[in-house]
Ligand binder design. Structure first.
Ligand SMILES: *Cc1c(COP(=O)(O)O)cnc(C)c1O
Length: 350
């Protein structure tokens, strides 16, 4: 598929300070746009990144049929572009689409579209420590009518941005016991825009007390641990890597899956199971919680330094002693950049 491409007259690349990349604020020259009109996907186009005009009656603004993905591309020393598990992001985008009653995206548009877009903006892929090109596909309903029903028209836009580290310091997380991110049977397993809007108020309350993130718990008893912010969460308890088992109120992270597979390959004991706040506190008090960290594409691995729950402030061991997470961070990052043997077949090179 050859995508019609309108290139920028003047690249903005030389305006970018690659030593200072705030997350999600600097966008590459081009974006891919594909429209779904009257039941059919139209041929996508690659055009200069920029504003688009939308009607105030745009259905996505009113009823949030809107989903997104987050993935990364890297460049190795031979100037090859490397995508990490892009088929998994593609599949998940369509899982989200199904849940939000949106049309599935053809593989050709998503996968081939991304390859052509990133090949064109290859110069925007940063290669410094912890850096990558972050890819953000977003799809939203584009009917211009206010009626609560599935839209007949949709727009897919894929934009890219050079990024550095997402979190600059180890996290303080607060165990949320009042509000929920999602619920069993809800949309938590989809990357649906509304999930993130709904999480902002409780996150702001925690931030007012000095916490970066929430540790989300189940929506019934606020007792079973689910995720941390918009990352999956893992604990090293004694020498066992423990992470909440997936269900419909949790997002099945690709980073989570990658870490579990690498850990099993290393011979680390792994448990995907229910973990409660009560268990965490008990094991913390017994000195058995060695590490805690959030995992996701944007942040890679984010160490959790402190977990606050009601009156109790759990201070976890120093970051320098986090043998597993530190080793995994190095390994995963090198793997994504093509510096390790691609033993799981996760890389796409162009
Ligand atoms: C995207 C996301 C994750 C992490 O998924 P990755 O595929 O690892 O990036 C975890 N939790 C939530 C709620 C997310 O939105």
């Amino acid at each position: 598929m050859s995508i019609k491409t309108i290139k920028v007259a003047q690249s903005r690349l030389n305006e970018v300070d690659f030593n200072n990349l705030p997350f999600g604020k600097i966008f590459s020259d081009h974006m891919l746009v594909a429209d779904y009109i009257d039941g059919a996907w139209q041929t996508p186009e690659i055009i200069p990144f920029g504003d688009i005009s939308l009607s105030p009656s745009l259905s996505a603004l009113h009823h949030a049929q809107a989903i997104f993905e987050g993935m990364k591309a890297f460049k190795n020393s031979s100037d090859e572009v490397i995508f990490f598990r892009m088929d998994d992001n593609y599949n998940r985008m369509n899982i989200s689409a199904e849940r939000m009653c949106m049309p599935a995206i053809p593989r050709e548009i998503f996968v081939e579209g991304i390859k052509q877009l990133v090949a064109l903006d290859k110069g925007w892929i940063p290669t410094g420590e912890g850096q990558a090109l972050y890819l953000r596909p977003v799809m939203f309903s584009s009917d211009t009518a206010i009626g609560v029903k599935p839209s007949e028209n949709y727009k897919l836009i894929i934009m890219t941005m050079p990024t550095g580290a997402y979190y600059l310091e180890p996290l303080k997380v607060w165990v949320e016991t009042k509000y929920s991110r999602s619920a069993i049977g809800g949309t938590g397993y989809a990357k649906a825009a509304g999930n993130y809007g709904g999480a902002m108020y409780p996150s702001k309350l925690a931030a007012q007390h000095g916490y970066h993130q929430l540790l989300w718990t189940d929506s019934v008893n606020n007792e079973v641990i689910e995720e941390s912010g918009s990352m999956n969460v893992m604990f090293m308890i004694d020498d066992v890597l423990v992470t909440p088992a997936l269900h419909s109120s949790m997002l099945a992270g690709i980073t989570r899956d990658s870490i579990l597979r690498i850990a099993r390959d290393w011979g680390t004991k792994v448990e995907e199971r229910e973990i409660t706040v009560t268990e965490l506190i008990e094991k913390y008090k017994a000195g058995r919680v060695k590490e805690a960290f959030g995992v996701g594409t944007a942040a890679n691995i984010a160490h959790i330094a402190t977990i606050g729950h009601k009156e109790l402030i759990m201070e976890l061991p120093p970051i320098s002693e986090r043998t597993f997470a530190n080793k995994m961070y190095e390994h995963l990052f090198a793997y994504k950049r093509g510096e390790k043997d691609d033993q799981f077949g996760w890389l796409t090179r162009i």
